[in-house]
Write a protein that binds this ligand. Structure first.
Ligand SMILES: C[S@@+](CC[C@H](N)C(=O)[O-])C[C@H]1O[C@@H](n2cnc3c(N)ncnc32)[C@H](O)[C@@H]1O
Length: 212
């Protein structure tokens, strides 16, 4: 596997201050993490309303969302290419199956025989270009149980126009090197799947994707 070392280093350095910066951005209701806590609570509520508790968290980061689910009896597998991020998660959830892996290359072989009830990707898929996002989601569907759900929470808007409005509002801090999701595009990628969108702020929301 070719190493994406510059990006990995960026996240390794961010791990120490990550939770504080997310909280500050959320408290100001500002891009990029506007409504982050509400989004976490919605995901927790959704997961706990489902029967299956075998969870995959792609780009698990410092593990704050996974910890909420773990405390309610969920079995957690997490993927992240930053060892420092994974160290943080490990202190919160010592029993989690944590895999140091770069999802630019799809999902790791070691989990491809597993089947998950819920696959979460919280503020991480935007690090991939559109074509790789689609491939990752296709792989995620392959390891999702028939009744399972893929949950993508991120900087997402329903339309391209709404994303442009958000970008204009925050033009001074907007990161043009990230690839944010548009609900309309995702629906056109997976016309045979059931996909819904919940908006949480002017720039963020949650996609729920099921096989039928
Ligand atoms: C913005 S953080 C989100 C972390 C966590 N999911 C959360 O909600 O707080 C993005 C995470 O994705 C990880 N990440 C970014 N690109 C990745 C890649 N190509 N492969 C694996 N992990 C990646 C980063 O290391 C970081 O932990």
């Amino acid at each position: 596997m070719k190493e994406n070392s510059f990006e990995i280093e960026k996240f390794n350095s961010w791990a120490k201050n990550y939770n504080r910066q997310v909280r500050e951005s959320d408290e100001e209701n500002k891009y990029p993490f506007a409504a982050y806590e509400n989004i976490q609570n919605r995901i927790k509520e959704y997961v706990l309303s489902r029967r299956g508790k075998n969870i995959l968290d792609i780009g698990i980061g410092t593990g704050t969302l996974a910890k909420l689910l773990y405390d309610k009896g969920c079995n957690i597998t997490g993927i992240d290419f930053s060892k420092e991020m994974l160290e943080k998660t490990k202190t919160l959830i010592p029993t989690a199956n944590l895999i140091n892996w770069d999802f630019t290359y799809g999902l790791p072989e070691g989990i491809k025989n597993n089947k998950f009830d819920i696959i979460i990707c919280n503020y991480a898929i935007h690090h991939l270009k559109d074509n790789l996002q689609k491939l990752l989601l296709e792989e995620a569907f392959n390891i999702l149980k028939e009744e399972g759900t893929i949950i993508i929470a991120d900087i997402i808007t329903e339309t391209k126009k709404e994303m442009e409005v958000a970008r204009t509002k925050d033009i001074n801090i907007w990161d043009d090197d990230e690839y944010y999701l548009i609900y309309d595009n995702i629906k056109s990628w997976f016309i045979n799947k059931k996909i819904s969108f919940e908006k949480y702020s002017y720039c963020s929301g949650i996609l729920f994707m099921t096989k039928k």
